[in-house]
Write a protein that binds this ligand. Structure first.
Ligand code: F0G
Length: 589
């Protein structure tokens, strides 16, 4: 517009908004501009507008334009209405023009390349580094032999890229590190606790927070409070520790995800959804008394980091509330789930990440989490709005965890968690992991390598049953693949298949639903070239898969055998694989 005056107003919920395109497109040099957004205000002269506070709040008719959600990650710009300037005295119309709102984008997805390729770009820079070792293949062979072909037993010094887990190994931001230095160390009433409590209250809109030292500690306490022998806990899928804490108290878990959960390749966007009919059936059969609670796990870990939809969660919530059954949500992997809802669910497209998080919390009676995943930190905790649950759970915190204002956490990790919770509401932050995983998965799909699809959160999952289709289930294909991958690349993944199960009482093997190798991508840790390297080595291994044989036990512990057990190769396949590697790669590491 020529001349005239304009007020740019930004809603509180909109962060880091970019006003520049609006100003440059619609406001000519010399126009008087004003804004109540300080970041934009400082830059108005730079963009060619003069400054004037005097005009502030004389432009009306504008405010309703931002009542719709402005966190439009999927659009590069959106026409959201018309800006009307009215002289407040004469009521005369001053100007009128369309407003395009340019919001912070899912930036990685929206950076286009001249080549036409789309490659996710890190929206952070690395300022503290840790040196890595890539040992020559003969040394890697020695290391994996010493570890009994169990990647849990490898020393981190012998690992090049550690994709074992995303637990407790996510990179922290400079803000988190800064916050850690203001930690207030006191047994009771520490200011750090109140900062963390406030962060969780704001993020989830829940009043009560109970701290615990990590995720499984929350599971221990919740099981003790809710689970009675003979009761069942229906859930979308178990996590190892959640199952253990329920069953050790005589409870039973019942997994009732939608059928797509077990399909290796699928285009179902929400494989973590609960089967609503199955839930109704179990309620009809067992009644309220027979059900301890219903458990929903966001970013469902063991089926490949797969999300559920907000709609499914709300449906489950409605049924639970109608039947007086508590709904407990494990939000350890919430950040991935929030991202997927925003990307894949119509209902969430126009919601901000925070609004989705609030809706997740609103649908649940209790939230618990591992701070080793959620919030890029350590620790954990339980949130609820129910005073009654709070009072009951509270009794067990000092008994098992520590006083109510630390719950087994160090104050430094609590500070980091508080900041990390706010970072979880930033789409640029939470999209990094899923987009790198998507890139890695899609590259492997192009190479015909069997992987779980659609890409989930947490990591890329290789389907070892198809990758090593020539192996018998009792030869532990996923264990063999994890061992072979370390041998030829120095990349450490985690077996998530039959080895991770407990042997049946009658001595037979419980063949797992899925035989996976999980390649976790801890958040903000790996660079794109490291992903490209990993894809390259997996491709080579797939081309040479016929050389990979099975494993057999040397020492098989009775409980949690995958942590400590040692195995050896059946035959001399590792020597053959090494010989082929040297033939193809010469003296390359
Ligand atoms: N819930 C989920 C969904 C998890 O993924 C984990 C841990 C826990 C609870 C337990 O939390 O470790 O803090 O006690 N998952 C890690 C992993 C161990 O490697 O996937 P914790």
């Amino acid at each position: 517009m020529a001349g005239g005056q304009v007020l740019l107003r930004v809603l509180d919920s909109v962060r880091k908004v970019t006003g520049q395109p609006i100003v440059e497109k619609f406001i000519n040099p010399g126009t008087l501009g004003d804004t109540d957004e300080s970041e934009i205000y400082g830059r108005l002269p730079q963009w060619g507008a003069s400054l004037s506070w005097s005009f502030a709040r004389t432009v009306v008719g504008f405010f309703d334009l931002f009542t719709m959600s402005t966190d439009m990650a999927t659009c590069s710009s959106a026409h959201i209405g018309t800006l009307i300037g009215v002289n407040p005295v004469s009521k005369q119309s001053l100007f009128q023009f369309p407003i395009y709102f340019y919001e912070r984008q899912t930036t990685m997805a929206n950076i286009k390349f001249f080549s036409g390729k789309t490659t996710p770009i890190e929206m952070h820079r690395v300022r503290i580094i840790q040196k890595l070792n890539l040992r020559p293949i003969d040394e890697r062979w020695e290391a994996i032999k010493q570890a009994g072909n169990n990647t849990f037993l490898l020393k981190n010094d012998d690992v090049f890229l550690d994709m074992l887990t995303d637990s407790g190994v996510n990179a922290m931001s400079n803000d988190q590190l800064a916050a850690m230095s203001q930690a207030d160390d006191s047994y009771a009433g520490s200011a750090t606790f109140y900062r963390l409590e406030k962060a969780l209250q704001e993020v989830f809109g829940m009043q009560y927070f109970l701290p615990a030292h990590q995720g499984r500690a929350c599971e221990h306490i919740l099981s003790k409070v809710f689970v009675k022998p003979g009761q069942v806990v229906p859930m979308n899928y178990h996590f190892t520790t959640s199952k253990a804490h329920i069953t050790v108290l005589g409870g039973e878990i019942l997994e009732i995800p939608v059928k797509e959960a077990f399909e290796m390749t699928s285009d179902c966007p929400f494989k973590g959804n609960l089967d609503i009919d199955a839930l109704k059936k179990v309620i009809a059969e067992r009644g309220k008394e027979g059900i301890a609670y219903v458990r929903m796990e966001s970013g469902t870990n063991l089926i490949g980091g797969q999300p559920f939809s907000l709609e499914n969660l709300q449906e489950v919530s409605k049924i639970c509330r109608a039947n007086g059954i508590p709904l407990v949500q494990d939000v350890s992997l919430l950040s991935d789930n929030l991202h997927f809802c925003k990307q894949r669910e119509e209902k969430c497209k126009n919601m901000s990440i925070h609004e989705i998080a609030l809706a997740f919390a609103e649908a649940s009676d209790i939230l618990y989490f591992s701070g080793r995943k959620l919030g890029f930190a350590r620790g954990g905790g339980i949130c609820t709005n129910s005073k009654q649950y709070y009072m009951t759970i509270r009794e067990l915190i000092p008994l098992y965890e520590g006083f109510l204002t630390y719950g087994g956490m160090s104050v430094r990790e609590m500070e980091a968690l508080a900041v990390g919770m706010y970072e979880t509401l930033d789409e640029d932050v939470i999209s990094q992991g899923p987009q790198f995983i998507e890139f890695m998965t899609n590259e492997l799909v192009k190479l015909d390598v069997p992987v779980v699809t659609p890409p989930g959160g947490l990591g890329c999952h290789l389907n070892a049953r198809d990758f090593l289709a020539h192996l018998k289930p009792e030869e532990y294909p996923a264990g063999s693949l994890a061992s072979a991958l370390y041998l030829i690349s120095g990349v450490r993944g985690m077996e998530r298949g039959t080895l991770s199960e407990q042997r049946n009482e009658d001595g037979t093997e419980p063949i797992a639903h899925m035989e996976l190798v999980r390649l976790a991508l801890p958040r903000r840790v790996f660079t794109m070239s490291q992903i490209v390297y990993t894809v390259d080595r997996i491709n080579w291994l797939y081309q040479n898969r016929h050389l990979v044989g099975g494993l057999k036990w040397i020492d098989e512990p009775k409980i949690l055998r995958f942590f400590y057990g040692t195995l050896e190769p059946i035959g001399d396949w590792q020597q053959k694989l090494i010989a082929k590697f040297k033939e193809d790669f010469g003296d390359s590491l």
